[in-house]
Design a protein around this ligand. Sequence first.
Ligand SMILES: *Cc1c(COP(=O)(O)O)cnc(C)c1O
Length: 394
Amino acid sequence: MKKIIYMDNAATTSTSRAALDAMIPVLEREYGNPSSLHQLGQQAADLLADARKRVAACIGAQPDEIYFTSGGTESDNWAITQLAQAGAAKGKKHIISTAFEHHAVLHTLKRLEKEGFEVTLLDVHQDGIVRVDELKAAIRPDTCLVTVMYANNEIGTIQLIAEIGAVCREQGIPFHTDAVQAVGHLPINVAKENIDLMSMSAHKFHGPKGIGALYCRRGIRLTNFIEGGAQERNRRGGTENLPAICGMAAALEDACTGMEERSKTVSAMRDRIIDQIVQNIPYVRVNGDREKRLPGNVNICFEGIEGESLLLRLDLEGICASSGSACTSGSLDPSHVLLAIGLPKEIAHGSLRLTLDEENTEEDVQHLLEVLPGIVSGLREMSPVWEEMMKENS
Ligand SMILES: *Cc1c(COP(=O)(O)O)cnc(C)c1O
């Protein structure tokens, strides 16, 4: 079998050795229920408390500010729904967000709109960055929540989170950020960055799938999301997924150790890919700001071709990539993120997202750069759209 070159880390990551080593003993031996009073239960409770402490430490939070959930989607749903409800109780039903959030956020906002909330989606401009003064201008007396993602999952752009947080804090408006793409990849300190609530997901930083957390600052009242037992301080019922929780803590610690070094290596590969593509392939556009982006994110549109056919050709070469978010690929609508940064539909269709991490090598990059120009020109030769474009240009 051909070697797999995995460049789809924004969709999910491999499970790290550290995570596996933390999970396997728990799966094998620590089957106690953390709510049980006997010794096996108490051992499990200790492991749970320890994992909570370690996750908190990695983001500059306190252990009692961490609520384990089933992942990023649940954390987003919980944070937004509950802040909206709290706002409505005070007669405030206006929410500010952005046009390029993950669907876990956008679809939650859609539901709230149907329930009578008013949502302002901020422009993310051509560079994929929200402007803080535009956020300030959008705030109204009835604004009950601001939710802006930390880093975008498709184009990798990083937002001015600390500044946005400061504006919200000053105005007394709760601020939530979907930091699923940022946690474990960028240094984050929730206290210093004025973040009130933050969503995270383990499988985006080499932890297991189906586990994540919601950070909720002390002083922000969090209402119950899942009714049941007293787990997660009565807020989210259900026996804790202890093996996954332990895996998440280990993966996060691992990701936060040596982050700067790793980030340098990964961003060097990213920059080489972008530079080489721009140099060697005509009619391409780099999506999102080149500096303020995640270390491993490459997002480029190739005019005149379909992202999906490009993906299939790359797959034949053993390269796993994406044309947008995993959730939208397979549908014919172009990515809402690329439309939000102002790309015309026909160009947004030809997008390629490569998301690298430290497991990628220079050889991987070399192989990609060797095969990509040929694949693109091959597809363009067969494309009626491309033929049209060339006619118009000649
Ligand atoms: C992956 C992702 C999610 C969803 O997280 P899950 O744990 O898969 O539910 C939410 N937001 C962003 C930005 C993501 O990249």
